[in-house]
Ligand binder design. Structure first.
Ligand code: XLS
Ligand code: NI
Ligand code: NI
Length: 436
């Protein structure tokens, strides 16, 4: 039985439409730079916020009205949620979804019982995927909610907890593979520390790397071709998370010989918490060859935590899409809405308004970014800014054929550096405004 009989599939109606439940910019089959918007964006709905979010916060309980959910931990309730989830995915025309093991299936009284519950729900997920064509963008294991993970999972001081997490990830990899998941994510929920007095940081990092190598080995065994994605975040819940930003992840992956198996899943609100812009994180991951996927959301600059709001700001989505297009697009990744409706937006229909707005904002950002690229003015400016390097001497320096001594000689002969040119930041900001 449909939970949203009054909502039909959200359709593209064009920029003039006043229908709040229609796309004004997201035209799945519309072509941008020769590729359909659907293939550019690969939109994905997250199970944890959309199906399991209650609107609870540290100051009060949930407010969300979800008539299909009896609030229990039963398998029947979990199965009912699957029905509704796929109704939402298909009505939104979202081609993908993503989950944690414990979002979709109840945790049992033992690992064995949890596995069994997960298998039961996975069977239903598979049936719904087959019936609708909706695909799994990624799976991940929740290694942070259960109290056993209080000291971490792969970085726990308690070996048994590490072993428990290993068992959980093994199972989640199997289910992700069975469901045709295109990636597998590690967000290190409690992989970090609150206090260095009680922490052997080196040992914890070694263990984290050991854990990832085990995952890589098991993926090979079951022919899961991945990629694995690490999702950087600097803090919350721990004071310092080991995967704090894209650069820290890269250093970790290189130091522990994991880079060939991993890419990054970059989340907007996490970038903000790390003191970076999303564009910075995307560009860094992109030029290091590890831009995997994005968790699309936004924070509130007046609040200092991961508020996970739906993205509606065209500057943000334009900057995301500029970076993504520059680095060749999302391949196995997608634009995954790791975002939740506000506590005050408690009605089921708000889930639709939120996603429609996020999808449209990204579609608009894609079109703006493509227009900026087509004009080429910005690219040309950057190219010219580095023009002094496109000379014989510049090329020799870049190729490692010059030295401190040879450059000293060059400058002693020349006497003074050539004059600098303006950075033209204000001109460029005005330029971008012309496309919005
Ligand atoms: C939390 C993270 C989390 C991951 C999946 O801040 O964003 O939701 O995306 O574990
Ligand atoms: Ni996320
Ligand atoms: Ni987050």
């Amino acid at each position: 039985m449909a939970q949203f009989p009054e909502i039909t599939r959200i359709e593209y109606e064009g920029p003039k439409s006043k229908n709040p439940l229609a796309f004004r910019w997201y035209n799945p089959d519309g072509l941008v730079e020769g590729k359909s918007m659907k293939d550019h964006m690969r939109f994905s709905v997250v199970y944890w916020h959309t199906m399991r979010g209650t609107g609870g916060d540290p100051f009060g309980p949930g407010t969300a009205v979800r008539p299909w959910d009896d609030g229990s931990n039963s398998l029947d309730n979990a199965l009912r949620r699957v029905e509704v989830a796929f109704e939402i995915f298909t009505k939104l025309q979202a081609p993908f979804y993503a989950f944690h093991d414990r979002d979709v299936a109840p945790e049992g009284n033992s690992l064995a019982e949890s596995h069994k519950n997960f298998d039961r729900i996975a069977k239903s997920l598979k049936e719904h995927q087959d019936a609708t064509g909706v695909k799994l963008l990624w799976g991940t294991a929740n290694l942070f909610s259960n109290p056993r993970f209080m000291h971490g999972a792969a970085t726990s001081c308690n070996l048994d907890v590490f072993a428990y997490a290993a068992g959980q990830v093994k199972k989640c990899l199997e289910v992700t593979k069975m469901l045709g998941g295109e990636n597998y994510v590690f967000w290190g929920g409690r992989e970090g520390y609150q206090n260095l007095y009680n922490t052997d940081m080196k040992r914890e990092l070694d263990h984290l790397a050991r854990f990832f190598h085990m995952a890589v080995d098991y993926a090979k065994q079951i022919n899961f071709s991945g990629p694995f994605l690490i999702e950087p975040k600097p803090k919350e819940p721990t004071k310092h998370q080991y995967d704090s930003d894209a650069a820290a992840c890269l250093n970790f992956l290189r130091a522990y010989d994991l880079k060939e198996h991993f890419k990054l899943n970059i989340e907007t609100n996490h970038a903000t918490l790390a003191g970076h812009t999303m564009m910075h994180e995307l560009d860094y991951a992109g030029h290091q060859g590890v831009l995997g996927s994005i968790d699309a959301n936004t924070g509130d600059l007046l609040l200092g935590w991961d508020t996970d709001q739906f993205p509606t700001d065209y500057y943000l989505t334009t900057q995301c899409m500029l970076a993504i297009l520059k680095h060749g697009g999302l391949t196995t990744g997608g634009v995954n809405f790791d975002a939740k409706v506000r506590r005050e937006s408690f009605e089921p229909v708000d889930l639709f308004h939120a996603h429609v707005g996020g999808m449209d904002a990204f579609a608009r950002g894609l079109k703006i970014a493509a227009a900026i690229r087509a004009d080429g003015v910005l690219d040309q400016f950057v190219k010219e800014r580095y023009g002094s390097w496109d000379t014989d001497l510049g090329r020799r320096v870049e190729a490692g054929q010059e030295s401190l001594a040879s450059l000293e000689k060059y400058m002693l002969d020349k006497g003074e550096a050539a004059p600098n040119a303006s950075g033209r930041q204000e001109y460029l900001e005005n330029l971008i405004n012309q496309y919005l």
